[in-house]
Write a protein that binds this ligand. Structure first.
Ligand code: ATR
Length: 278
């Protein structure tokens, strides 16, 4: 029920029409009986979009591609880990003083990946191999360092991989040396394996036995070729919806100060994913 007291939340990005976040957050509001609504928004101009959110009373907003870096210039405060990652995916508007709205920026992607991995391994005692060197790899990598894990990075383009590895203060493993790497977990942060390239895999399948836990951030399909081959090699697997769900749960708690209703959020994500793929 939307009325004069409904609290406003949403996601800005371009495109956002296929985002699963509205279904996830609206299910969470419904589950807890909160009077909130979460809407997708696609501003052509970030400047106008941000001023609009501020003026219209929004409380919390997710930020996605292509605005995660540019949005940082608009914020009054940026969480230190988001600063290290160099990207913000969550806004929290502080409206305690009506004429002085302040906006804080966070990154919950790293909280999402850490929480998903922490269900399977002790982060502070583990080594994790990250595949990729883009924005997602930055969030996963800095998140793991934050939790005290050891990280090894590999990437198709060596120069880009070495650059991020240097920032993470971790070793870089070129493709030619991957067979020698052993780690407690492997995380794919690239889009390799995403529909319509379901048959692609970001690492040689015969190496998967070197990693007891394998996590993919790709969630379409939910069981990627990487996860299927990993299961066949006896690895425990973590699907791509886990990181999405847990980063969303962290946003929900930041915005509402309530524990997130995990089961309702996951069920909504699965329903939405199903609807998109049929
Ligand atoms: P995001 O911000 O979503 O992480 P990105 O910045 O475009 O996206 O990064 C994509 C990552 O996936 C990169 O590490 C990219 O490797 P390159 O640096 O070599 O481009 C990796 N990637 C994308 N497609 C790939 C493919 N077909 N094979 C291997 N790596 C791939």
């Amino acid at each position: 029920m939307i009325d004069g007291h409904t609290c406003l939340f949403g996601i800005i990005g371009n495109p956002v029409t296929h985002s699963l976040s509205p279904a996830m957050h609206n299910a969470a509001f419904a589950e807890l009986g909160l009077n909130g609504v979460y809407v997708p928004m696609q501003p052509d101009n970030l400047d106008h979009g941000f001023q609009g959110l501020k003026a219209l009373g929004f409380i919390g907003v997710s930020v996605t591609v292509p605005f995660k870096v540019k949005i940082m210039a608009y914020l009054d405060h940026i969480d230190p880990v988001a600063q290290k990652i160099g990207a913000v995916n969550t806004l929290l508007f502080d409206r305690d003083i009506p004429d002085l709205v302040r906006c804080k920026g966070y990154n919950t992607d790293w909280l999402g990946s850490n929480q998903a991995l922490a269900e399977e391994i002790r982060l502070d005692r583990s080594t994790v191999l990250i595949i990729g060197a883009g924005g997602a790899a930055r969030a996963v990598g800095f998140g793991l360092k934050e939790a005290g894990a050891k990280v090894v990075l590999t990437n198709r383009t060596e120069s880009k991989g070495r650059e991020l590895a240097a920032q993470l203060n971790c070793p870089f493993a070129p493709a030619s040396e991957l067979a020698e790497i052993r780690a407690d977990a492997l995380v794919n942060t690239t889009s390799v394996g995403m529909t319509p390239h379901d048959d692609s895999i970001p690492i040689r399948a015969d190496l998967l036995g070197h990693f007891p836990v394998v996590m993919d951030i790709v969630y379409a399909p939910l069981e990627t070729r990487l996860l299927r081959e990993a299961a066949a090699h006896g690895c425990r697997t973590i699907d791509g919806l886990k990181m999405l769900q847990y980063q969303g749960a962290a946003q929900f708690t930041l915005w509402t100060n309530r524990p997130a209703p995990h089961a309702a959020m996951r069920a909504a994500l699965l329903r939405e994913l199903q609807a998109h793929s049929s």
